[in-house]
Design a protein around this ligand. Sequence first.
Ligand code: URP
Ligand code: ZN
Ligand code: ZN
Length: 465
Amino acid sequence: MSFDTIIRGARVVTPGGVSTCDIGIEGGVITALGTRLDGAAEVIDATGLIAMPGGIDSHVHISQPSGPGIEMADDFASATRSAVAGGNTTVLPFCLPEDGQTLREAVADYHAKAAGNCFCDVSFHLIVKETDPVTLGQDLPALIAAGHTSFKVFMTYQGLALSDRQILEVMAVAREQNALVMVHAENEDAIEFLRDKAEREGQTGPMHHARTRPVPVEREATHRAITLAEIADVPLTIVHVSNGEALDEIRRGRQRGAKVFAETCPQYVTLTADDLDRAGFEGAKYVCSPPPRTAGEWDAIWSGITGGDFELFSSDHCPFRFADEAGKDAPGARKSFRNIPNGIPGVETRLPILFSEGVVKGRISLEKFAAITATNHARLYGLERKGAIMVGKDADIVLWDPALSRPIRQADLHHGADYTPWEGFDITGWPVRTILRGRTVMLDGAPLAEATGGHIARTAPDVLR
Ligand code: URP
Ligand code: ZN
Ligand code: ZN
């Protein structure tokens, strides 16, 4: 056999286990796994390194409309550069229509924004915020047929939140058209009630973002989302689960026979609501929804990760600049947390945080790491060629140095945000080389200057077939 590239001598993490072997790559595809492979133009000596499937981050926000005067810190170029630096080879951003725009127009815009600007592969989820007959009867079926086989609905955020009836209508389309529904589960009415009360009482600092989105707000909505999915008879993914009570609802739903998938994120095992209480306006850096909880909830989330309750570990990368009126320091943000854009950056730090806190600290195996950061994302969202080091799959491979130790520093990151919530957080184990379809796109932390990624049309999620 001949190869373009051989990766020699890494500990290779495959769905079948971990073994030391060579990986042969030809035409951007993995064509052999074996020992003493030979006959390649390029040989990468990976002795002492771990070869993982390229990370798939199935929950990121890029260039998403965020309200008048507010701008996300990342476009496709900066977000995907940051993604490959952090060991990812595919990201799935959400396509949200601007007010007055149809879903199809929004998707066309996203394709135009992404084209030629991606350092890793991308594939768009949709956000359904209207349930008129054109959206549900024409746009959504056409977009699903074109490979956008998953979409998110919101139970919170004014202008985005759908009623229960609307969610059922969307779920009915998902059932008919073989697509997967993702739900942001927080009860908007309850939040609005608590938010108004907090403002009346003068409790307006960033920490009140967390206090007005307490655990029951998420627990109730999680239960309701699952119940609606049972009524509509569809599987669903509950995204960004932050606490044990919401996770218990997912476990109970599964016991009843509901097909529920669950996602969590680094912020729910490393940050707390106290971070929103940092001096001055610093707490705004940690405002995201659901909010970070308590160290006690970290344990509940870790037990869900180790026990197999979470299929997905994503970043929910949603970057805004801190010192910027188009970002966290939006007009009115210092007067009320209500006006602080929700979201934190994290596409570059997701994998190192999980590797360091999970693998190096002995909480999870290498196989579990690969499953919840890549393989399950590919399976759930219909990325057939991605997510595993296996013959026939795209050669999306990341080499990890498990002994490399350095803290996370904003100065080293590649996103468009001007801060990281994890400044100074100690990490052992960093990705040192990212390979996208056989081509090195990051070396020693530095993304290479060629945007070779593209959009991937997806098939119906594995779980729906
Ligand atoms: O605060 C967050 N997570 N913003 C991003 C949008 C979302 O809800 O995922
Ligand atoms: Zn969300
Ligand atoms: Zn999100």
